[in-house]
Design a protein around this ligand. Structure first.
Ligand SMILES: Cc1ncc(COP(=O)(O)O)c(C=O)c1O
Length: 464
């Protein structure tokens, strides 16, 4: 039996011991959450919402569209600027699933799927998402709601628009998802990047930063953005105790937690820790969900969950920006989420597929030992490698590796200051052909070795 095959079967056995098929939908703690802190009210949220976002008002026409969906179709309406369904060119849509099932959308469902809907989302999908969040996360009861978005990148953009003023301090991990930086850049924020260790963001370091700012009378951040499970790029998973501590700090220092969780189902070794949403007893969590990594990225199937006053403000942004996300996509999403057993096996097979790839790249990377350091990611899609002896890998990535036909992402991509020197590279195992993984790792090992030799020669020449 090959090493890879052994690894794979060991891993699959471990996974099936850890998870039952319904466990894949469990993101709440065993015990209900109790907090001594005060629940935020409408008035509290006013200080979080940016001036720009607060200036937005609901469009009357959009309010009428929402009303039309709420009261049903028996109204005599001369009001709505919707197209007549008679002009739609499709009568029947049929999709065959990879599992062999058939998804047919026709009649009234198809007519709605081709029509304008309320900005918050397709009503039947919204209802389904509310129930889905309640079942998966069992959040403490508070007025919350969901908003359908076009991917969680869209949710990040909403959050930044919703909360930030130019120059505001923003908390995040030291290395963070590039899409956050793209959304933030025009605001010229003060980035407070908190270091991570093998278990993700270190709460003690977060506390140091907050404590020091409070002591110096500096502006305190309104938001902490993090990817709690399978951080992009570091692959870390925050354990429950850290999540609880970070939540406590949010209450103490009065900030909101933006939980971006697209890798929640790609937790390879153990059932997922409780989500921040599940711990949110006072209304400090904005949660972003996405089906991009485990169902389809092109559907842009995602949603934002937030305390009701923040969600209403986000919906106003959505109205102005795009009226609503694609209804056809929302209809497909609704169908996918309706069949829980099929969804469960889709998610499990996605996790198994990536699990095998993670193991394959992990085994192949031994060729880069001891030139680089890394640990196997606990969740998500990325290996995060520190290259020894080099202060900066930029030249290695863009010159040496690129010329030899190998693409990896330089660590700078995950810093707000993309010009800063960085020793890390991010490797993704999601899409490369399985048969190419070993060759790619060998090339990487050779390239690192060559760069290290070059660096030693340059150093020796300059010391001469
Ligand atoms: C942490 C994180 N957030 C958001 C996204 C974007 O996801 P979506 O396709 O849902 O917009 C990605 C994609 O790589 C990601 O890694």
């Amino acid at each position: 039996m090959s090493v890879l095959h052994k690894l794979r079967s060991r891993q699959l056995r471990r996974l099936s011991r850890c998870y039952s098929s319904e466990d894949i939908f469990r993101f709440h703690p065993d015990q209900p959450v109790i907090s001594d802190h005060r629940v935020l009210d409408e008035h509290d949220y006013q200080r979080f919402v940016s001036r720009r976002a607060a200036a937005r008002e609901p469009a009357l026409t959009r309010t009428m569209t929402s009303l039309a969906y709420k009261v049903g179709r028996q109204m005599l309406s001369l009001a709505e600027g919707m197209p007549n369904e008679g002009v739609f060119p499709f009568r029947h849509l049929q999709l065959t699933t990879t599992a062999g099932g058939t998804l047919t959308i026709d009649g009234a469902e198809l007519a709605t799927a081709l029509q304008y809907v309320p900005s918050q989302g397709l009503p039947c999908l919204l209802q389904q998402l509310r129930e889905y969040q309640t079942t998966l996360h069992r959040p403490p009861p508070l007025p919350r709601d969901v908003l359908v978005t076009c991917g969680s990148q869209h949710g990040i953009h909403h959050v930044v628009e919703l909360l930030l003023e130019p120059g505001d301090p923003v908390l995040t991990t030291q290395f963070a998802y590039t899409g956050l930086h793209s959304a933030l850049r025009p605001y010229h924020p003060e980035i407070l990047g908190i270091p991570e260790d093998a278990d993700g963001l270190v709460p003690a370091r977060l506390e140091e930063v907050l404590h020091a700012r409070a002591r110096k009378g500096l502006k305190l951040p309104k938001m902490l953005y993090l990817v709690p499970t399978g951080n992009n790029p570091t692959g870390t998973v925050l354990p429950e105790a850290r999540r609880r501590r970070i939540y406590e700090l949010a209450c103490q220092y009065d900030f909101l937690i933006v939980e971006d969780d697209p890798y929640m189902f790609l937790n390879y070794d153990e059932p997922a820790p409780p989500s921040f949403l599940s711990l949110d007893s006072v209304g400090r969590v904005i949660r972003l969900d996405s089906l991009s990594k485990v169902v389809s990225a092109g559907l842009r199937a995602a949603w934002l969950t937030a305390p009701a006053p923040l969600l209403a403000a986000a919906e106003r942004l959505q109205q102005a920006e795009l009226l609503h996300p694609c209804t056809l996509s929302q209809t497909i999403m609704h169908r996918l989420l309706s069949d829980r057993p099929a969804l469960s096996s889709q998610l499990q097979s996605a996790r198994e597929l990536y699990g095998r790839r993670r193991a394959a790249l992990g085994a192949a990377l031994r060729q880069a030992d001891p030139a680089a350091d890394w640990t196997e990611p606990k969740a998500g899609l990325f290996y995060w490698l520190r290259v020894r002896e080099l202060d900066d890998i930029y030249n290695m990535v863009f010159n040496t590796a690129f010329k030899r036909g190998l693409m990896v992402v330089p660590g700078q991509a995950f810093l707000f200051d993309t010009n800063a020197p960085c020793q890390y590279v991010r490797l993704t195992f999601s899409k490369i052909k399985m048969e190419d993984i070993d060759t790619a790792a060998r090339h990487l090992a050779d390239i690192i070795e060559d760069e290290q030799k070059l660096r030693l020669q340059t150093r020796a020449a300059s010391e001469r």
